[in-house]
Write a protein that binds this ligand. Structure first.
Ligand SMILES: [Zn+2]
Ligand SMILES: [Zn+2]
Length: 339
């Protein structure tokens, strides 16, 4: 099979992923082997490839928004069969024994395993997943549009929940990439008033199309300091300054969630002006399987639209570079078809 693997973290502009030929992995015990049809390109992949997240093994195949069909099952697999469509997400496996696993917070597990980081992922023609952690999917008419649901969608959903929006409240989305374009749609469909903030006019045009009540171009200097008018805010941009920008818009009692696995240093925050008034900041770490099941149910029922740009597997380096430089509107997805 073909896979895009890297050994040493480097800037995506230096094309660190190398096309390799090899045998498909053999699923053992509770694992299934999946023939990958589509794999989304998530910002976390960029953090893995560029070394913002420290390497966990000598080399790895990134990718954790995997949609494909089961082609082989391990001897302990009971629930899934050859031919089933499934999604393999970022949360590859948890320990099931730590204090977090035992209290319904498996996303915080101290020994969790990640797809495309601790184990090889979906920038490949085949990938393995653990039956207990993969999600059965209806046969998708367009697998490319479903792939971003697996991480961008689910993380956006968890970030939205943690931002504690009040019914019908006004929610700001800062940074409008793959995750935000699904979260904003979901929030708009659930009756919240949504505001998109971005430096990129194309991203704001998409936000308006997807139901944003208001769009704010952040590259222009604001004439006056904003009057706080958000009940909740979700920051998707992995940039510390954006958290401060978002706090300036947040009303008293509001909650800001940060949906980034890596953030550039947070500037000092003026406690009296920006945090006092019972404003709260919370980070988002991965998601539970329950989050994913809830989100997938909503996403299929509400037919959340995914705007994708699809590239063949061998162009994974270009897809990552495009993501890095803000050249993707919506989500980038790889076509990993084995034939
Ligand atoms: Zn655990
Ligand atoms: Zn992801």
């Amino acid at each position: 099979m073909q896979a895009m693997r890297f050994a040493r973290p480097a800037s995506a502009d230096r094309r660190p992923l190398v096309l390799e030929e090899g045998e498909p992995p053999v699923p053992g015990g509770p694992e299934v082997l999946v023939e990958v049809r589509a794999c989304g390109v998530c910002r976390t992949d960029l953090h893995v490839v560029e070394g913002d997240l420290p390497p966990l093994r000598p080399s790895v195949v990134p990718g954790h928004e995997i949609v494909g069909r089961v082609v082989r099952t391990g001897e302990e697999v009971r629930r899934l069969s050859v031919g089933d469509w499934v999604g393999i997400p970022w949360l590859h496996r948890t320990c099931g024994r730590c204090e977090y696993c035992l209290t319904g917070r498996e996303n915080l597990c101290v020994a969790k395993v990640f797809t495309g980081y601790s184990v090889d992922g979906g920038y490949a023609q085949y990938a393995v997943g653990d039956e207990a952690y993969v999600f059965p999917l209806p046969p998708p008419s367009d697998p490319f549009r479903i792939a971003p649901y697996l991480c961008a969608g689910v993380i956006g959903y968890r970030a939205l929940k943690l931002a504690l929006p009040r019914p019908g409240g006004r929610i700001g989305f800062f940074g409008f990439g793959g995750s935000a374009h699904l979260a904003l749609q979901l929030a708009a469909r659930l009756g919240y008033e949504t505001v998109a903030y971005s430096r990129n006019p194309d991203h704001l045009a998409l936000a308006a199309e997807l139901g944003a009540a208001e769009s704010v171009l952040t590259s222009k200097p604001r004439i006056a300091a904003p009057t706080p008018n958000l009940d909740s805010a979700v920051v998707f941009a992995p940039v510390g300054e954006v958290v401060v920008d978002a706090l300036r818009e947040l009303k008293k009692g509001g909650t800001l969630s940060i949906a980034a696995i890596h953030l550039t240093p947070l500037p000092s925050i003026d406690y009296d002006g920006l945090l006092f008034g019972e404003r709260k900041i919370v980070s988002v770490e991965a998601n539970t399987r329950a989050d994913a099941r809830e989100f997938l149910e909503l996403a299929f029922r509400l037919r959340l639209e995914t705007r994708v740009s699809v590239r063949p597997l061998r162009e994974a380096n270009e897809a990552l570079a495009d993501l890095k430089h803000g050249r993707v509107t919506g989500a980038a997805v790889l076509d990993c078809a084995a034939t």
